[in-house]
Design a protein around this ligand. Structure first.
Ligand code: SF4
Length: 325
């Protein structure tokens, strides 16, 4: 049974147990919401190069790239990356410097290192095949809860919920009217909503919904397939808990990024990418190349950043000479 779109959202009170609200919503609206969202997805889903492919490697590469980079930036880089390294074997056997170069433009370069380490583990410890179980996937380098669930679902069809920040926002709005309920409650409901046998479509549908109609700012509820079942749709002008917190969350990292250690790590790796293969640079030359107001006393600071990059496997240091590995 669905609630009429023009009726007020179900009233909730501060004393109403969160679990009761979620359970009540799923009984009233869960089935209808799933049906509408899946039908919408079958007609309007995004066509992406890693969807509808029967190659776990492509799924893994896309999921690692998407961890901290938007879809639009990932698509061309993904296509270039899998052209250079078309399989776990080719990636495992590649020179790490080439993998780091191919990662240029995606940011968060440690993901390139983790992805190659993952490929090497798959090749050497799993005979070139991805583990099936989520708990085994989580043991792979660079794979956390979300990525493990996404890989298990998209590669193996496991009936698990792939829950990221966008999916949580959609579920929070659908069932909790955007209230700031505990993440564990949102995740519990997300897991309960997964339709057996349709998890692949369902997880991808929620991702498309979360980046489209149910985007963080100004959700387009009038066009949303779930509007009749959504407890937030009747009051979209009211900022939800996610929305209200977002301006602070977004502004702080941007203001502090310039001049941060992460900023200079990125500049150092980018500078080394531009050098011909096998060529390195001394610390004294590297400093002025990555820091416009470089002074000699910055040497210890730079050496510390380089040491961190060495620990992460992103650069090598032989004496005073710094280069890609
Ligand atoms: Fe609900 Fe609106 Fe988000 Fe659709 S877009 S799920 S109606 S809040």
């Amino acid at each position: 049974m669905t609630a009429p779109y023009d009726s007020p959202a179900s009233p909730t009170t501060a004393t109403e147990p969160v679990g009761d609200t979620a359970d009540s919503w799923i009984v009233r609206c869960g089935q209808s919401a799933r049906k509408c969202i899946l039908e919408w997805y079958s007609r309007y889903r995004r066509i992406l190069p890693w969807r509808d492919v029967d190659d776990p490697y492509l799924v893994v590469v896309s999921e690692i790239m998407l961890q901290q980079t938007g879809v639009e930036r990932v698509v061309p880089k993904f296509q270039e990356f899998v052209r250079l390294f078309p399989s776990f074997e080719s990636l495992a056997n590649a020179a790490t410097a080439d993998v780091i170069r191919a990662w240029s433009g995606l940011g968060y370069n440690r993901r390139a290192i983790n992805l190659q380490r993952l490929a090497r583990v798959v090749v050497t410890e799993h005979g070139g095949r991805l583990p099936l179980a989520v708990m085994d996937l989580k043991k792979l380098p660079g794979v956390g809860d979300y990525t493990a669930a996404a890989i298990a679902c998209f590669c193996h069809g496991a009936d698990v919920a792939a829950i990221d920040v966008n999916v949580r926002r959609v579920i929070r709005r659908l069932a909790f009217a955007g209230r700031d309920v505990p993440v564990s409650e949102v995740d519990r409901l997300a897991r309960a909503l997964v339709p057996p046998g349709r998890s692949r479509d369902w997880n991808q549908a929620l991702m498309d919904l979360g980046s489209g109609h149910c985007a963080l700012h100004r959700p387009t509820c009038l066009l949303c397939p779930a509007r009749n079942d959504c407890s937030f749709a009747d009051a979209p002008a009211t900022p939800d808990a996610n929305y209200a917190k977002t301006p602070r969350r977004v502004a702080e990292p941007k203001e502090s990024f310039y001049g941060s250690t992460r900023y200079y790590r990125g500049r150092i790796v980018e500078y080394l990418r531009q050098l011909p293969p096998g060529v390195g640079v001394g610390l004294d030359d590297l400093g002025p190349s990555v820091k416009s107001d470089w002074i000699e006393s910055d040497g210890a600071w730079l050496a510390g950043i380089v040491a961190g990059l060495v620990r992460d496997g992103l650069v090598t240091r032989a004496g005073d000479l710094i280069s890609l590995p």
